[in-house]
Design a protein around this ligand. Structure first.
Ligand code: PLP
Length: 385
């Protein structure tokens, strides 16, 4: 760089003081000094960026921050949570092998299991991840991976992670944990012995519903993850990474506030709805697992059921009109979702019923509003149904 040119000096300042915020670096491509230098860069002798799909500073900063939270090394940022799930499976599973997945996985992960992996010659089975005997019964000689979510949507069932990890280790099978709902504040799966951890960073970690991103890390740092992400084009844009980094700095504060309000909400719903699902209630079917795994937090999601079918569901949502009725989670503002018409609409009514998802089931992703106001908004809307 010729630093006698004032324009060049302004674009790449040689400042003795540094910015306190990570610079946003949207450059798709990086200019090298000469062919020798570029050759060295590609050979790994010199370190430097070449092309943004292969890596860029904003993804690297975000990956390092999430690595630190998860106790991981060499995590990879992807362009969405689903890109992270896809990457985790394609990096480790070959045609002819078998993958076991939880039957309550995120909707698109279920479709990956049911439609896309079989198309690629990968066999799949879906099981109840709260029952380690069901997992054991599904294992075949070619089983390569078990894919589970720590806490399921929307029934908030807690997988028997301790049992599944012990079983998988004894059989040489990888365990991949989608930790989106639980977050590293609740559990660090790699520390528990999982082989791979996955996040939809879009949700709680980023926290402002303005960036679509994922993260995947392996217990044994593996360059195949970043190589495959670059080859298949699963990597993320600098701007999304920059937004997510900004969100991540307040993640712990947001999460703790949201969890404390979720506890208040779960308590306030008592007697006002026909069913309340929240992991730290003694009537939750996996309550014991909260302490057994253990999870450090019961989370910010509260699920409940009202009587009266679709009509009552419509009335409730209209009455709670200050809460966004939107099929996502983890935003700084509370969102309300109705699984029967959104996340679980691809299932038949009978399949939904088998998971306890009726027309009256709602899932609240509790946000950071003033707790009393939020709880009273919901309680009041329920009284109008
Ligand atoms: C949202 C979500 C995903 C997918 O993430 P995207 O960023 O929307 O692609 C995967 N797993 C879980 C548990 C999710 O909630």
């Amino acid at each position: 760089m010729k630093n006698d040119d004032p324009l060049m000096r302004a674009r790449w300042p040689l400042s003795v003081s540094r910015p306190v915020v990570t610079p946003l670096q949207p450059s798709v491509v990086y200019a090298s000094h000469d062919p020798d230098a570029l050759d060295d860069q590609y050979e790994g002798g010199l370190s430097g960026y070449t092309y943004a799909r292969e890596g860029h500073p904003n993804a690297e900063v975000l990956a390092a921050l999430i690595d630190r939270m998860e106790g991981a090394h060499g995590g990879v940022i992807t362009g969405s949570g689903m890109a992270a799930v896809t990457l985790a499976v394609l990096a480790y599973v070959q045609t002819g092998e078998h993958v076991i997945g939880a039957d309550q996985l995120y909707g698109r992960s279920l479709r990956l299991m049911k439609e896309e992996l079989p198309r690629l010659g990968v066999e799949t089975s879906l099981i109840d991840a709260t029952n380690v005997d069901a997992v054991a019964a599904a294992i075949r000689p070619k089983t390569r991976m078990i894919l589970v979510e720590t806490v399921s949507n929307p029934t908030l069932r807690i997988a028997d992670l301790v049992g599944i990890i012990a079983l998988a280790k004894s059989r040489g099978i990888l365990v991949a944990v989608d930790n989106t709902f639980t977050t590293p504040r609740g559990l660090k799966p790699l520390k528990l012995g999982a082989d791979i951890v996955i996040h939809s960073v879009t949700k709680l970690l980023s926290g402002h519903s303005d960036a679509t991103l994922g993260y995947v890390a392996a217990a044994e740092p593996d360059p195949r993850l970043s190589t495959l992400a670059a080859t298949m084009g699963l990597t993320a844009s600098p701007f999304d990474c920059w937004l997510a980094e900004r969100g991540l700095y307040s993640f712990e504060l947001r999460f703790d506030r949201a969890v404390s309000t979720a506890q208040k909400l779960a308590h306030a719903l008592d007697g006002r709805v026909s069913r309340i699902v929240y992991p730290d209630r003694p009537d939750h079917p996996d309550h014991h697992r909260l302490h057994e795994i253990p999870l450090a937090s019961p989370g910010n999601m509260v699920t409940f059921e009202i009587d009266g079918g679709r009509d009552a569901a419509n009335r409730f949502v209209r009455a709670a009109d200050r809460i966004a009725f939107a099929p996502t989670l983890g935003d700084i503002a509370t969102t309300l979702s109705h699984p029967a018409t959104s996340s679980h609409r691809a299932l038949s009514e009978k399949e939904r019923a088998a998971h306890g998802i009726s027309e009256g089931v709602f899932r609240v992703s509790v946000g950071c509003e003033e707790p009393e106001a939020l709880v009273s908004e919901i309680v009041q809307a329920l009284s109008l149904v």
